[in-house]
Design a protein around this ligand. Structure first.
Ligand SMILES: Nc1nc2c([nH]c(=O)n2[C@H]2C[C@H](O)[C@@H](COP(=O)(O)OP(=O)(O)OP(=O)(O)O)O2)c(=O)[nH]1
Length: 130
């Protein structure tokens, strides 16, 4: 199983950041929470901080892990760990993704998000409704 971390980043309007995978990445053009694979001997928090810096040139502080989603794709199984993060510095620059968008939680269903992320969104709805 591949361990993947993704960042849940909210802006001042309460909207969440999603990024669109490029044509060069697997799952091309799908939307996701930015993040990536955890490397050997790396903590989840170190991995998300590194990935967000590499992908978006933003410095984030990881605050809290949410429920992990295990997801089977046709060719691989991943364990996706969503982590609530706050932006500390930097201006968003797309180093790897095609596009980004800030959306309210209820608007996320309109996007073509990755399978595992649909479950993350459902869990988030529960977190934000309570
Ligand atoms: N980054 C990210 N990947 C996700 C999410 N949901 C989901 O199923 N995935 C899948 C897509 C990929 O198969 C895998 C993450 O791989 P990746 O390609 O983004 O990670 P990476 O930058 O470390 O990859 P690599 O090119 O260095 O191998 O997890 C998500 O919300 N964010």
């Amino acid at each position: 199983m591949i361990r993947v971390v993704c960042a849940i980043i909210k802006n001042a309007d309460g909207k969440l950041l999603l990024t669109q995978r490029s044509g060069k990445m697997d799952h091309s053009y799908h939307w996701e929470f930015p993040g990536g694979k955890v490397e050997n001997d790396e903590t989840d928090y170190a991995a998300i901080t590194r990935e967000i810096w590499e992908e978006l040139q933003i410095e984030v502080e990881p605050l809290k892990k949410l429920t992990q989603v295990d997801w089977q794709y046709p060719n691989k199984k991943i364990a996706l760990v969503p982590i609530i993060c706050e932006i500390r510095s930097g201006t968003l620059n797309l180093n790897e993704h095609l596009d980004f968008v800030w959306l309210a939680i209820n608007e996320l269903t309109e996007l073509n998000v990755l399978g595992a992320d649909r479950e993350v969104v459902n869990n988030l709805k529960r977190v934000y409704e309570n």
